[in-house]
Write a protein that binds this ligand. Structure first.
Ligand SMILES: [Zn+2]
Length: 216
């Protein structure tokens, strides 16, 4: 049975690496996939992983009907034995419905990869729709770690290394960023709630104001 599978996790948990691995495994078996992405760190029309691998992909624009796109592709003699949708958190809910329709009406496997929650720990609309519709939700096993060593379950947005909790839901940044840019860092829930990034934890450790023993 074809399935809609949602591979979810934090940033930096290896989602795109797994997407590229699925693509590799299937293409070496003679299958032809359609790869959708949106706002990949490597630029438009790319699916890239932190480990340096990259492949071409179709950049999904606002309002594109993904079901109609595949039907058109097939009607022109193209093949799509399966679909990979990376950065699926950035897709609109109706585009997730279109992916489900590919599974149900065209018997195509769809593998969607996305971050579940944004920097405020709220669900992205695309991810919410995936949780609602997916046949399976797989939480990725490659666990990202908070600076404290705990399992990182939350995404923090930073500006100049300081965690922010307000702003637009989608601002493209990266975990490798210069000091004053928007960046992202994965944290455990405790440190997300306390807004303690690696940089602020380091600063706090160096400050005499926060020593646990007060001077007598
Ligand atoms: Zn932590």
């Amino acid at each position: 049975m074809p399935e809609l599978v949602f591979f979810s996790g934090t940033m930096d948990c290896g989602k795109s690496t797994l997407a590229l691995q699925i693509e590799h495994n299937r293409s070496t078996r003679g299958l032809v996939g359609m790869i959708f992405t949106r706002d990949d760190r490597a630029g438009e029309g790319k699916l890239s992983s932190r480990l340096g691998l990259v492949t071409d992909a179709v950049e999904v624009e606002d309002g594109v009907d993904l079901y109609a796109y595949i039907v058109e592709h097939l009607s022109q003699g193209g093949r799509a034995d399966y679909v990979i949708a990376d950065e699926a958190q950035f897709l609109a809910p109706e585009q997730i419905d279109q992916l489900a329709r590919l599974v149900d009406d065209l018997d195509i496997d769809v593998f969607a990869f996305g971050i579940t929650t944004d920097f405020r720990s709220k669900l992205f609309p695309g991810s919410q729709r995936l949780v609602e519709l997916a046949d399976r939700v797989e939480v990725l096993q490659v666990e990202a770690l908070c600076w404290c060593g705990s399992r990182a379950t939350h995404n923090a947005r930073t500006v100049g290394g300081v965690m922010v909790v307000e702003g637009a839901q989608v601002v493209v940044g990266d975990v490798n960023h210069s000091a004053d840019e928007v960046g992202y860092e994965v944290l455990c829930r405790r440190h997300h709630r306390r807004r303690m990034t690696a940089a602020s934890a380091h600063a706090a450790a160096l400050s005499p104001d926060v020593l646990p023993v007060s001077p007598s």
